[in-house]
Design a protein around this ligand. Structure first.
Ligand code: SF4
Ligand code: SF4
Ligand code: SF4
Length: 252
C-alpha cells in the first residue's frame, strides 16, 4: 500500500463504550481495515501515546465533568480531524436523559454525587469543533467504513439531512403509525437503513433529530393516536433530551 496509514486514537467519555467495541467487531469482519489505520491510542487496547499527534480521533461518550472537558480539549489540540462517535457523543444520548429530569430531582442527584458533575450532560460539540458526527447507538459499521475511506482519500464526509422514513419506504415497510405505534422516523436522521421499523419496532431517535424536524405536527399526530403525554415525552427525550426541551420552551 503506497499511502501512509492514518494514525488514529480511540477515546471514551461517559458511556457504555459500545461504539468503540463496535469498531473492534468491524476489525474482525474486515481485517484489511488495518491497512489504512494504525491505532496509536486506545484504553481497551492498552495503547497510550499521549504525545503522539493524530490524523483522526474517534471520541465516544457524553461530557459530564470538568475533567472530561479538559481531556476533550487536549484530544482536539493533537488531532487534525475529530469524529464524535455515537449518540452519547453527538446528542448526549442516554447519559443526557438526566437533562430531562425535573429540576428538583436533578438537584438531589447533584447533592448525592461523590464528585460534583456539570449541571447538565453535554455533547462534544458544546465544547470543541467536531469535524464529523457518526450517529447511532451504536454506530453503523458501514457508515464508519465509508467515513474512514472518505477521510483517507481526503474527502470531507457530510451528513445527509434526510429522515429515517425515506429508508423505511425504500425497504417497503408498512408504516407503524398506521398500526397506532408512535415512531420518531419522520424527525430522525436516516443512515441506519431504518433498522428498527424494518423489524417492526418504533424508531426512538438514536441518530438525533433532523434540522427541520416538525415536532409539533408529529406530537399532534401521537395525541390523535391516544398516546399518553408521558409516553410522548419519554419517546422524545429517550436519546434527545436537549432538543426536545429547547423545542418545548420555544412553544411555551
Ligand atoms: S452511543 Fe450507545 S453504544 Fe455508543 S457509547 Fe453511547 S450508549 Fe454505548
Ligand atoms: S414506520 Fe416510522 S420510519 Fe417507517 S415510515 Fe412510518 S413513521 Fe417513518
Ligand atoms: S430506526 Fe431510529 S432508533 Fe432505530 S437505529 Fe435507526 S435511528 Fe436509531
Amino acid at each position: 500500500m503506497g499511502k501512509k496509514k492514518l494514525k488514529a486514537g480511540l477515546f471514551s467519555m461517559t458511556c457504555c463504550e459500545g461504539c468503540v467495541f463496535a469498531l473492534f467487531e468491524l476489525n474482525q469482519m474486515f481485517p484489511k481495515i488495518l491497512d489504512f489505520v494504525e491505532i496509536v491510542e486506545s484504553r481497551v487496547l492498552r495503547e497510550t501515546n499521549p504525545e503522539q499527534e493524530l490524523d483522526i480521533a474517534f471520541v465516544e461518550g457524553a461530557i459530564v465533568s470538568r475533567g472530561e472537558i479538559e481531556k476533550l480539549e487536549k484530544i482536539r489540540e493533537r488531532t487534525k480531524f475529530l469524529v464524535a462517535l455515537g449518540a452519547c457523543a453527538t446528542i448526549a444520548g442516554i447519559p443526557g436523559q438526566r437533562n430531562a429530569l425535573p429540576e428538583k430531582i436533578q438537584a438531589q442527584l447533584q447533592s448525592k454525587a461523590i464528585k460534583k458533575p456539570l449541571d447538565s450532560v453535554h455533547k462534544l460539540s458544546d465544547f470543541v469543533k467536531v469535524d464529523f458526527e457518526l450517529q447511532g447507538c451504536s454506530i453503523s459499521h458501514s457508515e464508519f467504513l465509508r467515513v474512514l475511506l472518505q477521510f483517507y482519500h481526503k474527502f470531507i464526509p457530510r451528513l445527509e439531512d434526510i429522515p429515517v422514513c425515506k429508508e423505511c419506504k425504500e425497504n417497503q415497510n408498512q408504516c407503524l403509525l398506521l398500526k397506532g405505534i408512535p415512531c420518531l422516523g419522520p424527525v430522525t436522521y436516516a443512515g441506519c437503513d431504518a433498522l428498527c421499523p424494518t423489524q417492526n419496532a418504533q424508531c426512538i431517535g438514536c441518530r438525533g433529530f433532523t434540522k427541520d424536524a416538525n415536532f409539533e405536527s408529529l406530537r399532534d399526530l401521537f395525541r390523535e393516536m391516544n398516546v399518553s403525554e408521558q409516553e410522548i415525552k419519554n419517546l422524545f427525550t429517550y436519546f434527545n433530551a436537549d432538543p426536545f426541551k429547547k423545542e418545548a420552551k420555544n412553544n411555551a
